[in-house]
Write a protein that binds this ligand. Structure first.
Ligand SMILES: CC(=O)N[C@H]1[C@@H](OP(=O)(O)OP(=O)(O)OC[C@H]2O[C@@H](n3ccc(=O)[nH]c3=O)[C@H](O)[C@@H]2O)O[C@H](CO)[C@@H](O)[C@@H]1O[C@H](C)C(=O)N[C@@H](C)C(=O)N[C@H](CCC(=O)O)C(=O)O
Ligand SMILES: Nc1ncnc2c1ncn2[C@@H]1O[C@H](COP(=O)(O)OP(=O)(O)OP(=O)(O)O)[C@@H](O)[C@H]1O
Length: 547
């Protein structure tokens, strides 16, 4: 999965045309900055906020933050040269700046990263106190954030809203999509985008909130109308260390200063959902939290305890129709056009989040009926590229997602094999590699291990760690009998297609919508959908020739 570092190229397109200016002195008072050792400029108006010196425009405040690689204060001179009017930093940054000869006012806080959001909120007036901003929906969880935000915006559009979107695939804040480099942008971008959206008449926005975003204060100063939780399974342990800490990072979204209400998915397979619902109730009050139970929806503890349960699931086309039933007898009929049982969970969460924002149930039902089915495609998420063999590209890049995707593509009649092509990213959670190999061998018939984004790591050992997990599972009697290691990725995709019979299903997992592989910081063009389509066309041309 490529999450290329932001280079500031799109920053301009995220800014509103009319920021509200605050003076440096006002922002110093807001942050409670320990000192403003300004040699000049305390009365200067601040019209923008940036975290990266390369994005500075005249009138900006540059937040010089300590980083993993370097302290941002090292770039303060560049920021000043580009027209920054003030610097926000920590004591270490202030020390570095003292010797650097910049004469900008410096706001010094113990934890400046935590102030970037509130300062950006003030400067851009991203959520006016009079409530004239858009309705805001946040989705967090290991898997399903992107899909759920697409579902949410579909429902909102069906209700007549002009919608915005902030997430992994793209940012929609008007007619032209803005490329997305992070699941959740940095705080200055989040606030400038919210202001831009308001300026452009967007009335409701769905937004993904990653655990990185919560840990790195990217959504500080934002208040959501409804926050939703999809699930918590293994990923990102390189950042969080343990599942308990990963949970705590996500739980930060479910506090009264961040959201008015919450909707939480409960599943027998994911104990973190019940824990999150409990945490949300403690923080927001029971009446502001709704839950929906997935598995065991007709029986079992979760279902009994949940507000909403799923009933009457029925395959319709490649999607699913189902009914959401409340303990008090209310019902909502939903039809999602996306395949996979997990997309029922995502669609249910989306619909309930919109309901809980205050839309009358009858109005919502009418909108769902008039726009049936709800969302038929999300780029790179269970995206159907060809049939016979059924060929899909998906973004599953952690063990739980891989299991669910492989289960959902298994042909119902039991005929046909499942062939999976996937790899693991370099320089990210290494513990998930053999687990992904194992689950792939348990759920698929043919496992083809290849490269994902190696980033700066040698791809050979990554492939071997994934393959080792798969081979171990095969030795334990897993479903798969073949574990192939094939590189480069395009060749692996062509190999899968050549091996497939018409009744088989091929799933190319892990990179979804992405169009380039990050190899040592270089973007190498590669689109799984294009490769898969090309391979299928070659196969079909060959089959025709032989007839
Ligand atoms: C691991 C991580 O999240 N790192 C974040 C961190 O970077 P860092 O500490 O390494 O920063 P650094 O390179 O040492 O630089 C220090 C400071 O100097 C600044 N700088 C640096 C160079 C320069 O020329 N000018 C300049 O001003 C930087 O903006 C930074 O503020 O602080 C930076 C801003 O302060 C973030 O942009 C950066 O996110 C990077 C880009 C990233 O790729 N993060 C990924 C892992 C991420 O956040 N992913 C999540 C989850 C996705 C998922 O769910 O799968 C996401 O939301 O996308
Ligand atoms: N509710 C779910 N439960 C488990 N797996 C899911 C769920 N929804 C989607 N997936 C799987 O996870 C993959 C990623 O889905 P999606 O992009 O919606 O999630 P995400 O949380 O936004 O991921 P990321 O943060 O990595 O972008 C999908 O391609 C699918 O394989």
């Amino acid at each position: 999965m490529a999450t290329s570092a932001h280079e500031g190229g799109d920053a301009q397109s995220m800014r509103p045309s009319r920021p509200v200016s605050h003076t440096v002195a006002e922002l110093a008072a807001l942050t409670g900055a320990e000192s403003v050792p300004a040699r000049s400029g305390a009365a200067e108006p601040v019209t923008g906020v940036v975290l990266n010196s390369r994005e500075v425009q005249p009138g900006d405040l540059y937040a010089a933050l300590p980083g993993a690689r370097v302290h941002g204060a090292r770039f303060a001179a560049d920021a000043a040269a580009a027209g920054a009017v003030a610097v926000l930093t920590d004591p270490e940054g202030a020390r570095l700046l003292a010797g650097a000869g910049t004469d900008l006012p410096v706001l010094v806080c113990a934890d400046p990263r935590a102030w970037v959001g509130p300062v950006a909120r003030a400067v851009y007036d991203s959520q006016p106190a009079d409530g004239s901003g858009q309705e805001l929906f946040a989705v967090t969880g290991t898997n399903g954030k992107t899909t759920t935000t697409y579902f949410i915006t579909s429902v909102l559009r069906a209700l007549g809203h002009t919608t915005g979107l902030i997430g992994t695939i793209e940012i929609l804040a008007g007619d032209t999509p803005i490329p997305s480099h992070l699941t959740t942008p940095e705080a200055p971008h989040v606030h400038s985008l919210l202001a831009l959206m308001r300026e452009r008449g967007i009335t409701a926005t769905g937004m993904e909130v990653s655990s990185h975003a919560l840990e790195f204060h990217r959504v500080d100063g934002v208040r959501y109308d409804v926050a939703g939780f999809t699930n918590l399974t293994q990923d990102h342990l390189d950042l969080h260390g343990s599942m308990a800490e990963y949970f705590e990072a996500k739980a930060q979204l479910f506090t009264a200063d961040r959201t008015r209400r919450a909707v939480v998915v409960l599943s027998e397979e994911d104990p973190w959902g019940a824990a999150m619902a409990q945490r949300a109730r403690e923080n927001l009050g029971t009446e502001r939290v709704s839950t929906v139970a997935l598995r065991g929806s007709d029986s079992g503890e979760d279902a009994d305890a949940a507000d909403w349960t799923l009933r009457s699931l029925e395959r319709r086309g490649i999607g699913t129709a189902f009914t959401l039933t409340h303990a008090d007898g209310r019902e909502l009929r939903v039809h999602t056009g996306l395949p996979g049982e997990f997309n029922v969970a995502n669609a249910a969460l989306a619909v309930l989040m919109v309901l809980d924002s205050g839309v009358p149930l009858e109005t919502l039902q009418r909108a769902l009926d008039e726009h049936d089915p709800l969302t038929t495609s999300v780029p790179g998420r269970m995206q159907l590229v060809g049939t016979a063999p059924t060929s899909l590209v998906d973004f599953a890049h952690n063990p739980d997602a891989l299991v669910r995707v492989l289960r959902s593509v298994r042909p119902e009649n039991g005929e046909g094999r499942v062939i999976v092509v996937f790899g693991a990213t370099g320089q990210r959670d290494t513990t998930k590699r053999p687990i992904m190999g194992r689950v792939a061998a348990e759920e698929a018939d043919v496992v083809i291990v290849t490269d994902d984004d190696p980033h700066g790591e040698d791809p050979g050992p990554i492939r071997e760690q994934v393959a080792a997990g798969a081979r171990e599972a095969v030795a334990d009697g897993a479903r798969a009998t073949d574990v192939l290691v094939v590189e480069p990725r395009a060749t692996a995709i062509h190999t899968a297609v050549r091996m497939a019979r018409p009744e088989d299903a091929i799933i190319v997992a892990g990179r979804g919508h992405e169009t380039a592989q990050d190899v040592n910081g270089v973007n190498v063009p590669l689109d799984d959908r294009v490769e898969l389509r090309n391979a299928l066309e070659a196969l079909h041309a060959h089959t025709k020739e032989q007839k």
